[in-house]
Design a protein around this ligand. Structure first.
Ligand code: SF4
Length: 215
C-alpha cells in the first residue's frame, strides 16, 4: 500500500494510530460522523483504491477526495500531476462495487478536469464566505490565488476586504482566469441540488459588492 508507506515514512506509526482511533470511535454505541479525507498527490494517485478498501474494512466510512492545493501557489505551482490518472477511475469503480460513499460525481468530474489540465469555468461558492487568515493575521484571497488582501489587524481592513471583493468579483460567475485551473472542488460545490444555491447566493453577493463604492 504505497499511500500508507508515504505517510509512515513522514511519521512512522501515525497512520496506524489514526486508523486505530477511528476503530475505537466506531466501536462506541454513539459516535460522531466520521469521514476519511484523502488528498490526491502524484505519490498516491495510483493507489487510491487502498483508501476505498480501508473504508470497506472500517464498515463503509465516507471518503472525501480532493487534489492537493498549495496555499497561495496552487494554480501557479510547478507541481504538475502525472498524465496517468487511471487510478482515480479505478478508485471510483471500486467504491461503486463496494457501495462506499465517496466524493460526489460532480466534484469528481471537476477533479478529473483539473488533473487533465482542462479549464474549469464554474462559480466559486467559497469566495466572500470564507476568510483564510494566516497565523500572522494575513488574509489570503482564497486557497489558490496567490494574493494577500491585507492583515486583519489593519484598521482599514474592511475597506481592503471590499476592494478585493470588487477586484475579484468575476470569481462569483466563474469567469476569473485564475479560477480556471483551480481543482479545489469544495470551493465550487457543483453537486446536484447545490449548484443552483451557489448561483443564487453568488447573484446576491455580486449585487452587494456592486452596490458598494469600493472599486
Ligand atoms: S475557484 Fe477561484 S476563488 Fe475559488 S478557491 Fe479556486 S481559485 Fe480561489
Amino acid at each position: 500500500m504505497q499511500v500508507y508507506t508515504m505517510i509512515l515514512e513522514i511519521n512512522p506509526g501515525i497512520f496506524s494510530l489514526a486508523v486505530n482511533g477511528i476503530k475505537e470511535l466506531l466501536a462506541k454505541e454513539k459516535h460522531p460522523n466520521i469521514e476519511i479525507d484523502c488528498t490526491i498527490l502524484n505519490e498516491n494517485i495510483s493507489s487510491l483504491e487502498s483508501i476505498v478498501k480501508l473504508s470497506k474494512d472500517l464498515g463503509g466510512v465516507f471518503v472525501d477526495f480532493d487534489p492537493v492545493q498549495i496555499l497561495g501557489v496552487g494554480n501557479n505551482s510547478k507541481y504538475k500531476f502525472q498524465s496517468d490518472i487511471s487510478g482515480v477511475f479505478k478508485m471510483q469503480e471500486l467504491a461503486k462495487k463496494y457501495n462506499i460513499e465517496i466524493t460526489s460525481p460532480e466534484k469528481m468530474k471537476l477533479i478529473e478536469k483539473y488533473l487533465k489540465n482542462q479549464n474549469i469555468v464554474m462559480p466559486c461558492y467559497s469566495y466572500c464566505k470564507d476568510m483564510l487568515i494566516s497565523p500572522k493575521g494575513d488574509v489570503h484571497t482564497c486557497w489558490t490565488i496567490g494574493e494577500v488582501i491585507g492583515n486583519v489587524l489593519d484598521n482599514d481592513f474592511v475597506n481592503l476586504w471590499y476592494k478585493a471583493l470588487a477586484k475579484n468579483k468575476d470569481v462569483l460567475t466563474g469567469n476569473k482566469k485564475e479560477c480556471f485551473g483551480c481543482g479545489f472542488s469544495h470551493s465550487r460545490m457543483p453537486d446536484v441540488g447545490y449548484s443552483h444555491i451557489v448561483e443564487k447566493a453568488n447573484q446576491i453577493r455580486l449585487a452587494h459588492i456592486e452596490s458598494k463604492s469600493f472599486k
